[in-house]
Design a protein around this ligand. Structure first.
Ligand code: HEC
Ligand code: HEC
Ligand code: HEC
Length: 286
């Protein structure tokens, strides 16, 4: 191949790559994904939340060392330094891909400072070590927590014929049917829709036991039942304004509060779990 042709092809490829980057600028979010080896340190692959508990220990060990470096208690400092050493190195044993994120020189520095009773230096070195904690957390903390710890609703069904999503759509229609009926002065239709909503909520309530201990999340709970009663009263005797208020209060209580916890988090989990899809990127539908 003539070298000019070769160079020409190289330039063309470079232009295409730059072009693709340029076209997607501001349209896509790039996130770093934690290595999959971390999954074995989370439930359900592991019986315990091993990763998280190692992290909690690290934070405690840093604090203990900070305290004893200030008071100059060399013996206790040494004891906690050994624990810190072990747990910090444990990060790379658990997730080998993250070995390069560890700052091993600081560990040596801490050990030398303790031996030479330079406690001020220990405090400094701990700040330095904290930078390696922060750096990994900036890249991976939120993503890992979302992928591995957010409650998963993908296998949850209301009954053998009804998926969670389709039940949600039904609940949403029931709420809106109430509103449409009362603004159009159709009291009977509003009351029928309310009674349907109540039944729909009761069936939803059974799924909570899948994960929550019985009685820790009763759905509908007492305040919800009172809000349902209040709406019923208003549908019978209240003004349209009162009816609107009672419906709004009910919806926040029985839908929005759970969405704030579960839907938001589960949506994020689904987004982060999505496989990389070139076809979708090239489709360029932003
Ligand atoms: C190589 C990556 C990495 C390093 C280094 C690292 N962590 Fe973490 N840490 C994580 C990840 C990932 C999470 C998210 C875990 C979760 O929430 O499920 C986390 C979460 C935590 C948490 C719990 C979340 C919180 O903020 O309440 C603490 C505490 C913590 N780390 C302390 C430390 C300390 C202290 C160090 C340094 C001595 C450290 N970590 C170093 C990856 C790392
Ligand atoms: C797939 C498991 C799962 C199901 C099903 C589930 N939850 Fe949860 N829920 C959790 C976990 C785990 C937490 C703890 C917080 C977290 O990690 O998000 C939680 C937290 C909550 C919270 C916030 C904290 C609290 O306890 O007040 C509310 C409210 C809640 N759930 C309501 C419900 C209701 C209502 C249902 C049933 C309609 C339900 N959940 C079904 C797993 C689940
Ligand atoms: C467990 C607590 C919980 C409660 C209580 C709850 N939802 Fe949901 N809702 C969810 C979750 C989780 C999703 C996401 C489901 C999915 O995407 O698979 C969702 C999704 C939805 C959706 C979107 C469905 C779609 O087409 O993707 C609608 C609409 C909805 N909910 C309406 C309601 C209404 C109305 C209420 C109150 C009457 C309600 N939800 C109560 C958890 C809850």
């Amino acid at each position: 191949m003539r070298w000019t042709v070769f160079l020409g092809i190289q330039c063309l490829i470079l232009f295409i790559v730059i072009g693709i980057f340029y076209l997607h600028q501001g349209h896509v979010i790039l996130l770093k994904k934690p290595p999959e080896s971390i999954a074995q340190w989370y439930k359900p692959q592991n019986k315990r939340q091993v990763w998280l508990h190692t992290m909690f220990r690290l934070r405690r060990e840093m604090l203990a060392m900070e305290i004893y470096a200030k008071t100059g208690d060399g013996e206790k400092l040494q004891k906690w330094a050994e624990k810190l050493n072990e747990d910090y190195l444990e990060i790379a044993r658990m997730v080998p891909e993250w070995k390069k994120r560890l700052d091993l020189t600081v560990l040596t520095d801490i050990q030398n400072s303790i031996e030479e009773k330079r406690y001020q230096n220990v405090t400094q070195a701990l700040l330095e070590l904290d930078k390696s904690c922060q750096s990994c957390h900036r890249d991976f903390r939120a993503v890992s927590a979302t992928i591995y710890r957010v409650p998963d609703f993908s296998d949850i069904k209301i009954d053998s014929a009804t998926s969670l999503v389709s039940h949600m759509r039904t609940l949403s229609k029931q709420l809106n049917r109430i509103k449409i009926a009362f603004v159009d002065d159709r009291q009977d239709a509003a009351l029928t829709a309310l009674s349907d909503l109540e039944k729909g909520m009761n069936s939803l309530g059974y799924i909570c036991d899948n994960c929550h201990k019985k009685a820790s999340q009763i759905y509908p709970n007492e305040p919800m039942t009172r809000a349902l009663d209040k709406l019923e009263q208003n549908l019978k005797t209240g003004t349209v304004e009162d009816q609107g208020k009672a419906l709004g209060t009910l919806a926040v209580m029985v839908c929005a509060e759970c969405h704030g916890t579960h839907r938001l988090a589960y949506d994020a989990k689904k987004l982060l779990g999505k496989k990389m899809n070139w076809a979708e990127l090239l489709e360029h539908a932003f």
